[in-house]
Write a protein that binds this ligand. Structure first.
Ligand SMILES: Nc1ncnc2c1ncn2[C@@H]1O[C@H](COP(=O)(O)OP(=O)(O)OP(=O)(O)O)[C@@H](O)[C@H]1O
Ligand SMILES: [Mg+2]
Length: 79
């Protein structure tokens, strides 16, 4: 059974970054986050927030044009 879709309105880059940070704090090992959106939609801004929440090594640059990039945890990492 699919969960109800959730819509979150993030009206400025700071809100997007902050929401990403909160998401990063609750992600667990094995979770998969897929971002889709037009150029400039805010995917990298969100990802930079996620990285702060996960406490991983940066810098976080646009993931749009690479296949995979690893950012090892600075601490224990997600459980
Ligand atoms: N609500 C918002 N959330 C995120 N970014 C916003 C928002 N409003 C305006 N912006 C601006 O839009 C731009 C988003 O750029 P970002 O690099 O995050 O997008 P992107 O989806 O990764 O683009 P690309 O596909 O080119 O990599 C930034 O310049 C940011 O300041
Ligand atoms: Mg990007």
């Amino acid at each position: 059974m699919n969960p109800e879709p959730l819509t979150v309105v993030l009206s400025d880059p700071e809100a997007t970054h902050a929401w990403g940070q909160r998401l990063g704090q609750v992600l667990q090992a094995g979770d998969l986050v897929v971002l889709t959106g037009d150029l400039g939609a805010g995917k990298t801004t969100l990802t930079q927030g996620i990285a702060i929440g996960l406490d991983v090594r940066g810098p976080i640059t646009s993931p749009t044009f690479v296949i995979a990039r690893e950012h090892p945890p600075l601490g224990v990492g997600p459980g």
